[in-house]
Design a protein around this ligand. Structure first.
Ligand SMILES: Cc1cn([C@H]2C[C@H](O)[C@@H](COP(=O)(O)OP(=O)(O)O[C@H]3O[C@@H](C)C(=O)[C@@H](O)[C@H]3O)O2)c(=O)[nH]c1=O
Length: 189
């Protein structure tokens, strides 16, 4: 597993080593030891999620407030998405900046998104199945969002606006400026 930092500290790109032979391929899709070594701190995943969406579906930008803040380890097992993580830690030098990366069944890449980030993705293929681990349980009360087209974030979602399909909740999320964000505390304590 090759793990490289992105332009935002603690957001990591993971590329599994694919071992091919006449039968097909084998790869390790998750190594806690390698992730901990790359991060320098521990995460304990407790829930696995999967969603399936059609082309143009945009889910996000989502996060949970403490004490249910979540780290996420995201991968795509069918199709292709543009995956986006936005730094919403007020005290961060990269507050408001985002990392965008294509994750697909073909490239087998994964992204690790720490607590303190909002996360979203848009489906670029006919359908996409996204799987992700989280290190805190789902809490509807702590669930928050930021609107995907906030001009202050300026995210290029690759598809024309009239091709995007959002839930009613996600079309009416607040801007980054209006959103309830994290208090200045260590989100891993
Ligand atoms: C996220 C989640 C949702 N649900 C329920 C709530 C609702 O009835 C249904 C669909 O929920 P949502 O519309 O919030 O699903 P979705 O828009 O796919 O939400 C997800 O988006 C991506 C981008 C993330 O980063 C995730 O953390 C999560 O917020 O599933 C759970 O039961 N457990 C969960 O962990």
């Amino acid at each position: 597993m090759k793990i490289t930092p992105t332009q935002i500290a603690d957001v990591l790109l993971l590329e599994p080593r694919v071992l091919e032979d006449s039968r097909g391929y084998f790869m390790e899709t998750f190594r806690l030891d390698a992730l901990h070594a790359a991060l320098g701190f521990q995460v304990g995943f407790v829930q696995d999620n999967e969603s399936c969406s059609r082309c143009g579906v945009l889910r996000g930008l989502h996060y949970q407030l403490p004490p249910f803040a979540q780290s996420k380890l995201v991968r795509v097992v069918a199709g292709c998405v543009l995956d986006v993580a936005v730094d919403i830690r007020r005290e961060s030098p990269t507050f408001g900046a985002c990392v965008s990366t294509e994750l697909s069944a073909e490239n087998k890449r994964q992204i690790f998104i720490p607590r303190g980030f909002a996360h979203g993705f848009v489906v670029l293929s006919e359908v996409a199945v996204v799987q992700y681990k989280v290190d805190n349980y789902y809490s509807s009360k702590s669930d928050r969002g930021i609107v995907y087209n906030d001009p202050h974030l300026g995210i290029d979602w690759r598809l024309p606006a009239d091709q995007l399909l959002l839930s009613d909740k996600d079309s009416h999320q607040p801007s980054l400026k209006e959103a309830e964000l994290f208090p200045a505390e260590n989100l891993y304590e």
